[in-house]
Design a protein around this ligand. Structure first.
Ligand code: SAM
Length: 224
């Protein structure tokens, strides 16, 4: 059995009892950055062996992990944070397990985009999760132009290194729209900034942007 196990997005307390039980009982845990995941496992006294499964080795490693599962062993897939398969290499292993008819199950828990969407106060009935935009400028701008036509609430992931570039590109393509920036969710410095793109840009010029970001915007306001 492949267990897809959600882990916290920052606050170590945000893990379910079933996730802890599962991580204790499986034969092996596949994690992106094993040093990072050791902090969580140590905190919950989970002694299960860890192996690394990250973007750079995902093709070769997924094949090895599938062989391991075919021998009747159990494996838990976790990511650096939140839900495996959401903007991380988990999806590749999950697809391979499905192709190989390996039973899989999901142990639910946090994901950053749902927290940010709910906290944004923008419509949640219809939303569009875009994850990270393409890194290359041309493809990024093209995607932003598509998103400018979107009626659903848009949720994006961005790193602190590219936040100014994203805000400048949003301003150029969409104008000075209203947006919400959710930073360091569930952590000590959690911050939700609401305002127009240029205001958020100015705010971060004064307060160095650190940590992890989710950007949310919508053409529509909540009407109900
Ligand atoms: N699997 C994760 C999930 O379920 O949300 C996402 C992994 S992706 C590699 C990392 C990105 O998620 C960050 O760059 C940021 O955009 C977002 N993210 C993760 N944790 C966050 C947090 N605590 N606060 C804000 N954004 C976060």
């Amino acid at each position: 059995m492949l267990y897809i196990v959600c882990t916290p997005i920052g606050n170590l307390g945000d893990i379910t009892l079933r996730a802890i039980e599962t991580l204790k009982k499986v034969d092996l845990i596949a994690a992106e950055d094993t040093r990072h995941s050791k902090i969580l496992l140590r905190h919950y006294q989970i002694a299960t062996p860890l192996t690394s499964y990250h973007a750079y080795n995902k093709i070769k490693k997924a094949a090895e992990l599938i062989n391991f599962l075919k021998q009747g062993r159990s494996l838990a897939l976790i990511s650096d944070s939140g839900t495996p398969g959401i903007s991380d290499p988990g999806g590749h292993l999950i697809r391979l397990a499905i192709e190989e008819d390996i039973p899989l199950t999901f142990i639910p828990g946090p994901t950053a985009f749902i927290a940010a969407l709910v906290l944004s106060g923008l419509p949640t009935q219809r939303f569009c999760f875009e994850g990270f935009l393409p890194v290359k400028s041309g493809r990024r701008i093209a995607r932003l132009k598509e998103l400018a036509k979107e009626e659903r609430t848009i949720v994006l992931y961005e790193s602190c290194h590219r936040i100014f570039r994203l805000l400048e590109q949003m301003l150029a393509v969409m104008g000075n729209i209203e947006m919400v920036c959710a930073r360091e969710l569930t952590k000590h410095f959690e911050e939700i900034k609401r305002g127009r793109v240029a205001e958020i840009w100015e705010y971060f010029k004064k307060h160095k942007p650190r940590g992890e970001f989710v950007i949310v915007f919508s053409k529509n306001k909540i009407t109900t």
